[in-house]
Design a protein around this ligand. Structure first.
Ligand code: FDA
Length: 396
């Protein structure tokens, strides 16, 4: 039997949340071991933001999060804000820029964020155990015992930071949910979020041919709307607007898309009626919607008169309404294979909002994506990892 090593804190998962927690706890003098089955820490940080890591958002507020318990995130987000993380990035001399809508990205590489975190962990004395399989976690007298392929640790505190189910190819597992249930916690329904939609089978052939067409849209689903870009793909609809609404979508729901937000389409068409009376309305709309999309819409609306000159004002209003309220029922989503996040997770009603500690098992904490707190696209998910990680690290 391998020897048992005692430590104050065991953190399961060396992702964004786990590393932040280890830094904060180590800086407070706690002995910390971070265990991960991956060969390198922060793999999702490395691939995030196209390799540049959208590490936070200037405008992050609790409103940017989805949870069954919407007030839960307020305290942690207030105690460790986006500006606290930005200060750390600045102190390390990591160059960054705002891309759009408050989203902050590294100028160079996401690896700079990982290097900052691993270096801070080293300075705080936290030990990192990589390529280590977690085989069993139990509650023992005075704390927890974590058995792994590299030995057994006993700790007063146990922090579960094993993330969600998205991108299983990168090492995502359901361990955090299993541990939550093992310790008597509820886990809310989990599903893929921030994920591209796939076409319903009857749309695949015709609409899939628009692959590559991109445009700014106003997209909404179940009462929440986003103004961002949308991209047609062979498989379905993607781009930030679609990823955002996917988090609000359930099977069978309609996604409503204004394909020309802010544009006076009726005036554009009416002007075309004078200047290009022989053209079809879809040709004229090609100026604003892209030629390929306008043609596709035209082929769906086969009752439109061929000449713009023959189009009545009420017919124009009808066409404009169709473009403003373009409704589509996706066949599904690409699922965890490509989803950026997992919606749902460890029920926050059983956790302390200031410390992330279990209300059922003293010393047990859950942080980051494994919890039922999911951010919008744009750096909010990393901010939740930093904020919840810091909250736990300051309490363990
Ligand atoms: P995270 O998943 O980062 O870490 C969990 C760790 O636990 C991993 O290291 C994993 O190996 C380990 N683990 C899991 N199961 C284990 C087991 N059984 N045994 C041992 N270890 C185990 N967000 C954002 O704000 N800005 C962005 O730009 C992006 N971009 C982005 C791109 C892509 C492609 C994805 C998939 C995701 C994003 N995200 C994002 C989301 C963001 O990556 C995510 O929300 C955070 O990484 C969550 O941090 P956690 O630390 O909670 O989990």
């Amino acid at each position: 039997m391998s020897a048992i090593t005692k430590t104050d804190v065991v953190v399961l998962g060396a992702g964004a949340a786990g590393m932040m927690c280890a830094i904060e706890a180590g800086q407070r003098g706690r002995s910390v071991v971070v265990i991960d089955h991956a060969k390198a820490p922060g793999e999702k940080i490395r691939i995030s933001g196209g390799g540049r890591c959208n590490f936070t958002n200037l405008h992050c507020t609790p409103k940017n999060f989805i949870s069954n318990n919407p007030h839960f995130a307020i305290s942690a987000l207030k105690s460790f804000t986006q500006h606290d993380f930005i200060d750390r990035v600045k102190t390390r001399g990591i160059a960054f820029h705002e891309k759009t809508l408050g989203q902050l990205f590294c100028d160079g590489s996401a690896r700079e964020i990982i290097a900052m975190l691993t270096s801070d962990m080293r300075e705080a004395g936290a030990r990192l155990e990589l390529a280590t399989d977690i085989t069993k976690v139990t509650q023992v007298d005075g704390g927890f015992e974590t058995r792994t392929s590299a030995g057994t640790w006993q700790s007063r505190s146990l922090v579960v930071a094993t993330g969600g189910k998205s991108i299983p190819k990168m090492g995502a597992t359901g361990l955090g949910y299993e541990l939550a249930r093992q310790f008597g916690h509820d886990v809310t329904e989990t599903r893929a979020g921030l994920v591209p939609f796939t076409w319903a089978s009857n749309m695949h052939e015709s609409w899939g041919s628009l692959s590559g067409v991109a445009l700014d849209v106003h997209a909404s689903c179940n009462g929440t709307a986003f103004d961002e870009a949308m991209l047609f793909t062979h498989r379905g609809l993607s781009g930030p607007a679609m990823l955002q609404v996917s988090s609000y979508w359930r099977e069978g729901d309609t996604v409503t898309i204004d394909l020309a937000p802010g544009l006076d389409l009726a005036s554009h068409i009416k002007a075309g009626r004078t200047t290009r009376p022989k053209a079809s309305v879809w040709t004229v709309l090609g100026d604003v919607l892209t030629k390929r999309l306008a043609q596709q819409l035209g082929s769906e609306a086969d009752t439109t008169p061929p000449r713009l000159a023959d189009l009545s004002n009420s017919a124009i209003e009808e066409i404009v309404a169709g473009i403003r309220n373009f409704g589509i029922v996706p066949g599904g989503t690409e699922g965890y294979r490509t989803a950026e996040v997992t919606l749902g997770g460890v029920d926050t009603n059983q956790l302390n909002q200031k410390t992330m500690e279990s209300r059922l098992v003293p010393g047990l904490h859950f942080i980051g994506e494994v919890m039922d707190v999911t951010g919008h696209l744009g750096g909010h998910n990393f901010q939740w990892a930093w904020s919840s990680g810091a909250a736990a690290g300051r309490s363990v």
